[in-house]
Design a protein around this ligand. Structure first.
Ligand code: ATP
Ligand code: MG
Length: 173
């Protein structure tokens, strides 16, 4: 249950967020499709996004929203924090890239978080994008495919690239 899992993970930050005088809101839409994720990887994805939202905010709120949009599940993490300059929006997913003087709650970090999030999302055939306005806040949105057809496709691809000796009529279990 991706919605319950995401809510549980985001909620681990609730007391820290509220102690800082901020608010955490979690919205869960009606979700009928199953999403297959590696639970440890999903944990890293959500904890990184929510911790960034907290780290790069001084006040206001953090909203986690989980919705189904047809054959996709969208999970967005929004904050009312410092925001990211437009010319750096694509760079923040690069390893070790950090926005200078971003003015958040803490300046500590390695700049690895989002690079890892992007890789982990990609491994699940998902996408991640960011919208942000300096001084207003940021929204990170992940889209994950419903079902497991894409996972099957991976296994077929693997077989096809493993050389001619493989039996391509293998059944996948
Ligand atoms: P860590 O490796 O500990 O996560 P980090 O938070 O600096 O370190 P990333 O999570 O990869 O690294 O983020 C890269 C940079 O993107 C951050 O240094 C920050 O400048 C910017 N950033 C990320 N999330 C936000 C956000 N929600 N609001 C504003 N800036 C952000
Ligand atoms: Mg981070």
């Amino acid at each position: 249950d991706i919605a319950a899992l995401t809510e549980d993970l985001a909620s681990t930050f609730r007391s820290a967020i509220e102690r800082a005088g901020m608010h955490l809101h979690i919205h869960r839409g009606e979700i009928s499709g199953d999403v297959y994720v590696d639970v440890d990887m999903w944990e890293r994805i959500i904890l990184n996004l929510v911790s960034n939202a907290f780290k790069y905010s001084r006040d206001g709120e953090i909203v986690v929203d989980i919705q189904q949009e047809g054959q996709l599940i969208s999970v967005s993490v929004s904050d009312t924090g410092v925001g990211i300059p437009e010319d750096q929006l694509d760079k923040i997913f690069d390893r070790f890239y950090r926005v200078e003087n971003s003015g958040g709650r803490s300046q500590e970090g390695t700049g690895i978080g989002l690079a890892m999030v992007k890789e982990l999302v990609k491994l699940h055939h998902g996408t991640i994008r960011v919208e942000s306005k300096p001084g207003e806040g940021s929204v990170f949105t992940i889209h994950m495919p419903v079902g497991k057809d894409h996972l099957m496709a991976d296994r077929i691809e693997l077989n096809n690239t493993s050389g001619p000796s493989l039996n391509h009529s293998t059944t996948f279990v």
